[in-house]
Write a protein that binds this ligand. Structure first.
Ligand code: FES
Ligand code: FES
Length: 178
């Protein structure tokens, strides 16, 4: 076991994990962050996308121990004080929401895309989301949602979770959360 200390959605956590544990497993199985999902296990689908120190990564391609000392934001940390992130609002407004597998990753990747490029062209949006797959429909409304977000503050609320030393109210069986 290896001890790791990181911040997840604004909450500091300390845990002992197996060195082989993937970040997505850690988030889901130890922290209960089931909004981050496993769609393929082969680094292709993007369903597991989270932000690691403000940059999107496929968390099935990162070991939990590699997140040591980092700040991780998941889809569950985007909304702040009951307010959806502007990109989440845009997906709702433009009907970009699809299934629970692809949508969280699409949103996390879109937030990062807009941080890098606040006014992307349609082509740049499609290129920026090429690592996020939906196997059952077109991407038209997703592209529209990112365009809408670009016009409505989508680039300003990036990695919205604010790091804070939050006392864990319920210590988990698997580790000490401080
Ligand atoms: S589960 Fe990570 S890319 Fe598909
Ligand atoms: S994979 Fe989510 S709607 Fe197609």
């Amino acid at each position: 076991m290896t001890r790791i200390s990181l911040t997840v959605d604004g909450r500091k956590v300390v845990d002992d994990v197996e060195p082989r544990m993937l970040l997505v497993q850690y988030l889901r199985e130890k922290l209960g962050k089931t909004g981050t999902v496993v769609g393929c296990d082969t680094s292709n689908c993007g369903a597991c996308t989270v932000h690691l120190d403000g940059t999107s990564v496929k968390s099935c391609n990162v070991l939990a121990v590699q997140a040591e000392g980092s700040e991780v934001t998941t889809i569950e940390g985007l909304a702040q004080d009951g307010q959806l992130h502007p990109v989440q609002e845009a997906f709702r407004e433009c009907h970009g929401l699809q299934c629970g597998y692809c949508t969280p990753g699409m949103i996390m990747q879109s937030v990062d895309l807009l941080k890098e490029n606040p006014s992307p062209t349609e082509e740049e949006i499609r290129l920026g989301l090429e690592g996020n797959l939906c196997r059952c429909t077109g991407y038209h409304n997703i592209v529209k949602a990112v365009q809408y977000a670009a016009e409505h503050g989508g680039s300003t609320g990036v990695s919205a979770a604010t790091p804070a030393d939050v006392e864990a109210s319920e210590p988990q069986e698997t580790g000490a959360h401080v």
